[in-house]
Design a protein. Structure first.
Length: 257
């Protein structure tokens, strides 16, 4: 572990290293086994799960800080990343939790220590290929794991609110951002694409209507290959026509789902 990433170093020297009272939190979405998933950290000395996040160096751009956090947690450097909201409620930080957590780590705090002051956080959502992520915990957590979106319970601080806001944003941007391209493998079936839309939207879609509409945009290429295995007829594989997909997203995929 690099010295500047150790817990004690950050607590004792963070006031000189980082922007005061500003952090980033990242909602990292992946898609696997027809489920939308989110990457979460299990906090030390707590039953709480949290979003990957971090502080912003004084000489660092905010988006660069989010990119750095994502690389440290996923091992990836080329990630689709969007800022979506700022969270600044006065009571969002759990000062008592921080103090007790650090006491258990053998670190005593002055009441004016920078880390227990009020923080606002800038929320980013990221879309990653589930298969290539190598989850890594940070200095304040014991594990970093994928969770099915619909199984996430209570979370640390206001992180559940941040997660729900990110999902709301994802739904609103479904017709304007390359969400399918970022979350699906290069080749996919029509049922897999439909399931992705259903998990993001949180509702069932009519199979025929979905297929007719998605094909009407002209953004897919039907391949000669099929998905092997299973009891049913092997479905054809598709891939995105990136040139047409990007153009369609600029204009917005028209109509609601």
């Amino acid at each position: 572990m690099r010295k500047e990433n150790s817990l004690q170093h950050i607590i004792l020297n963070g006031g000189n290293l980082f922007m005061p009272s500003v952090s980033v939190d990242c909602v990292i979405f992946g898609f696997h086994d027809n489920e939308l998933k989110v990457l979460l950290l299990k906090m030390k000395n707590s039953a709480s799960w949290a979003l990957p996040g971090g502080f912003i160096y004084k000489t660092e751009d905010i988006e660069d800080a989010a990119t750095r956090v994502l690389k440290e947690r996923t091992g990836l450097s080329d990630i689709f990343l969007k800022q979506f909201h700022v969270f600044g409620q006065p009571g969002r930080a759990e000062k008592k939790f921080h103090i007790n957590f650090l006491k258990k780590e053998g670190i005593s705090l002055d009441k004016n220590n920078w880390i227990i002051q009020r923080f606002i956080t800038v929320g980013f959502y990221a879309l990653v290929d589930f298969a290539v992520v190598t989850p890594q915990p940070d200095f304040s957590s014991v594990t970093c794991e994928w969770h099915d979106l619909d199984s996430v319970g209570d979370m640390f601080m206001d992180h559940k609110q941040i997660l729900l806001k990110a999902l709301e944003t994802l739904r609103l941007q479904l017709n304007h951002e390359p969400i399918g391209y970022q979350l699906l493998p290069e080749k996919f079936t029509m049922p897999e694409l439909q399931k992705l839309y259903e998990t993001i939207l949180g509702k069932k879609l009519d199979r025929r209507n979905f297929q007719r509409r998605i094909l009407s945009f002209g953004i897919l290429k039907k391949l000669k290959e099929t998905r092997k295995g299973g009891a049913h007829k092997a479905p054809f594989l598709y891939c995105f026509d990136l040139k047409k997909y990007r153009k369609a997203l600029e204009e917005g995929l028209q109509g609601g789902w």
